[in-house]
Design a protein around this ligand. Structure first.
Ligand code: AMP
Length: 113
């Protein structure tokens, strides 16, 4: 079996994270290198490489979880940015589907990097 990537290790409890919210299927935790005052990552617990591999059921379920996280963070009214990077040109570093929730300030830059 291939070695786990960093998010798979976090999901397995082999690496620590600053947890924001968890459900049986999803985990939200703080980004270790935040690009905004609030920067939270949402991952499915199943291993899915990127948004290209998302199914309609997973898409629907993760959207509902993301909205729960947004509410828990208190970002719903002020706004936030929701980003998923895909592949090389998208700047994806970790090959496990994840959504960035960025907020806590007016975001002025067009990209994360
Ligand atoms: P991406 O470039 O879309 O693949 O984003 C990967 C994100 O994971 C980056 O924003 C990193 O700062 C973040 N990251 C990497 N390792 C960790 C970690 N151990 N805990 C939390 N966030 C991490």
């Amino acid at each position: 079996m291939a070695e786990k990537n960093v998010f798979e290790k976090i999901i397995a409890g082999e690496l620590p994270c600053k947890k924001v919210l968890e459900s049986p299927d999803f985990l939200a935790f703080e980004d270790i290198n935040p690009k905004a005052p609030v920067h939270v990552l949402v991952v499915p617990k199943v291993s899915i490489k990127d948004f290209n591999a998302i199914t309609p059921k997973l898409s629907s379920d993760i959207n509902a979880f993301i909205l729960e996280v947004v509410q828990a963070l208190g970002l719903e009214q002020k706004g936030y940015r929701l980003v998923t990077n895909v592949g090389n040109d998208g700047g994806q570093e970790v090959p496990h589907l994840h959504f960035h929730i960025l907020g806590g300030a007016k975001l002025t830059w067009p990209k994360l990097h």
